[in-house]
Design a protein around this ligand. Structure first.
Ligand SMILES: NC(=O)C1=CN([C@@H]2O[C@H](COP(=O)(O)OP(=O)(O)OC[C@H]3O[C@@H](n4cnc5c(N)ncnc54)[C@H](OP(=O)(O)O)[C@@H]3O)[C@@H](O)[C@H]2O)C=CC1
Ligand SMILES: O=C(O)CCCC(=O)O
Length: 482
């Protein structure tokens, strides 16, 4: 294997099921910056997936019977191990996913923060006593773990999207079978190594790799699985939701976005540019909360475009492991083709290229950070998530027009706007049809806040005290004859 690590035992080429490392590598994992083969992973079949679910079911009684404090202490050790191995984990992440190493280190810290937060929150899954409707009875509400949880996670955040699901699940007393993205399974397997070292008992956290259709069919069809938590495309989310319907599983769906970023004429333009850069070009634009449409009020549009162009010129494209690089490669050829398609379509429909617009000279899946001005709702980039380093500038005249443009999409994950007007901040914040709003900031992600969307961006919330609610069932006990 080709990733140099201080602790080489973090690199695994087997699945982790019932506390055992199983399977033989048959699928290649490659570096998107070089196309070099990094490692191999097994293709677990239906029977193997079923075995993982059964292991999770068998581990459930003992895990949920532990006190919240006991589960919390194990999660604390897992958190500390992530921090202790931050550099190695970041290196694995960058090699298989592509993002700049500094960003990967940030993701490991972010991933660890969910384990710390939910380990603490385990102790605060409070019930309720409701004043009764009868003198001789008492009404008590308790919260219990939902049971075996299946998680399917994407390649864009190979660590954080896992811990954001696994930490609340384990904290609540659930067990889990995880299928990470096939392009980025090595980080997931390294997290399993550390879970084992932290003392997570066998069967509580299982990782299976292989065909998403095969594994997904078993995870969604098996009645032992009581909940599915998915992060990925809206299209796949809808398929999985339908597959879960016959067994009526609880669902958390964190799906695609089409984030508007509104710059009002009264905004601090330098701050707005900084926010746009952070949000648009984070992970080379491959984040569901990345800005997809930048709406700029007409009076300040030329100045904003000039400042954005100057800021984009400072971004450095290259392999994520190289010092000073801010923009790694896109995940694969398909991702580059989508950006190319959006650029060509926008230019054909009257857009103006301000920066970039092409594959980078480095080849592979590197793409130049790009800006197109004069964008309109007829363009593909207005409707679809580009999921790449393309900043699309639209014009508007009034606040009403900006809000209408921002809401003209069937998805609603995040939205951002810049203004100095306090009344407008409330008005627009309340009017945007999204689950998360950044006001005078382009970065909204934190373990302490509820992350999630409305409309076709999905359901459920991850992070914050709300994040653990998705992993418990409410039961009401009516105690009569008192
Ligand atoms: N909300 C978000 O954070 C994300 C949004 N996206 C959006 O989706 C687009 C496509 O990206 P893509 O990677 O294809 O996203 P997908 O939704 O296809 O993949 C996300 C996860 O779902 C799995 N998966 C795919 N198909 C199935 C299935 N039929 N049954 C069960 N699991 C399945 C994948 O497995 P496998 O890797 O094995 O295919 C992966 O683990 C992006 O361009 C972007 O617009 C993508 C990633 C994250
Ligand atoms: O779904 C995603 O694209 C990951 C969101 C990362 C974040 O928490 O900001």
């Amino acid at each position: 294997m080709t990733i140099a690590l201080a602790d080489p035992s973090l690199l695994r080429e087997q699945c982790y099921v019932d506390g055992q490392w199983i399977g033989t590598a048959s699928i290649d994992v490659t570096d998107p910056a070089t196309d070099e083969r990094l490692a191999g992973i097994p293709a677990i079949d239906e029977a193997g997936t079923r075995a993982a679910i059964e292991a999770a079911e068998a581990a459930l009684p003992e895990w949920k019977a532990k006190t919240a404090g006991e589960r919390s202490r194990i999660l604390r050790r897992w958190f500390e191990l992530l921090i202790a191995h931050q550099d190695d984990l970041a290196m694995i992440l960058t090699r298989e996913q592509g993002k700049a190493l500094a960003e990967a280190k940030g993701e490991i810290a972010y991933a660890a923060s969910f384990i710390e937060w939910f380990g603490e929150e385990a102790k605060r899954i409070y019930g309720e006593i409701i004043p009764s409707h009868r003198a001789d009875s008492r009404i008590v509400v308790i919260k219990q773990p939902v049971g075996v949880v299946a998680a399917i996670t994407p390649w864009n955040f190979p660590a954080a999207m896992i811990t954001r699901k696994a930490a609340p699940a384990l904290a609540a007393g659930c067990t889990m079978v995880l299928k990470p993205a096939t392009q980025t399974p090595l980080t997931a397997l390294a997290l399993a190594v550390l879970a084992e070292r932290a003392g997570v008992p066998r069967g509580v956290f299982n990782v299976v790799t292989g065909s998403s259709r095969v594994i997904g069919a078993e995870l969604t069809g098996n009645p032992l699985v009581r909940k599915l938590s998915f992060t990925g495309s809206t299209e796949v989310g809808k398929t999985l939701m339908a597959q879960c319907a016959p067994t009526m599983k609880k669902l958390s769906m964190e799906l695609g976005g089409n984030a508007p970023f509104i710059v009002f004429a009264d905004a601090d333009l330098d701050a707005a540019v900084e926010g746009a850069i952070a949000s648009k070009y984070r992970n080379s634009g491959q984040t569901c909360v990345c800005v997809n449409r930048i709406l700029v009020q007409r009076d300040v549009a030329p100045a904003f475009a000039e400042k954005l162009k100057a800021a984009v010129a400072k971004l450095k494209v290259g392999p994520g492991t190289e010092a000073g690089v801010t923009q790694g490669p896109l995940i694969d050829e398909k991702a580059v083709e989508k950006v190319e398609e959006h650029v060509a379509d926008a230019l054909a429909k009257g857009g103006t290229l301000v920066s970039g617009g092409h594959r980078h000279a480095l080849g592979h899946s590197f793409f130049e950070p790009t800006i197109i001005s004069g964008c309109t709702p007829e363009m593909k980039l207005a409707d679809e998530e580009t999921f790449g380093p393309l900043a699309a500038l639209f014009l508007f005249d009034t606040e009403e027009e900006a809000v209408a443009l921002a809401n003209a999409t069937e998805v609603g994950l995040s939205g951002y706007f810049y203004t100095r007007d306090l009344s407008r901040a409330w008005r627009v914040g309340e009017a945007l049809e999204v689950g998360m709003v950044g006001i005078n900031t382009g970065l909204i992600s934190t373990e302490v806040a509820p992350f999630g969307g409305i409309k076709e961006s999905g359901m459920g919330r991850e992070g914050s005290r709300h994040g653990i609610e998705d992993y418990v069932e409410i039961k009401y006990l009516c105690m009569a004859g008192i």
